[in-house]
Write a protein that binds this ligand. Structure first.
Ligand code: ZN
Length: 57
């Protein structure tokens, strides 16, 4: 149990990013207003925010 195991690092040392890597961003199309030219922004559905961190989302 004393020998290092490079193929199996201890939890917390390395690993894929967790949910913390996902967050909301201001919609780049309407700048967070939820509207574009007086109409609901289709990019964010009028929320003014978009989810980031998920491919294709
Ligand atoms: Zn928008």
């Amino acid at each position: 149990m004393e020998s290092p195991d490079p193929d199996n690092p201890a939890p917390g040392d390395v690993g894929p990013p967790g949910p913390a890597g996902i967050g909301e961003n201001i919609c780049p199309r309407c700048n967070g207003t939820g509207e574009v030219d007086g109409e609901q922004c289709e990019y964010c559905n009028g929320h003014g925010k978009v989810m980031e961190g998920i491919a294709g989302a």
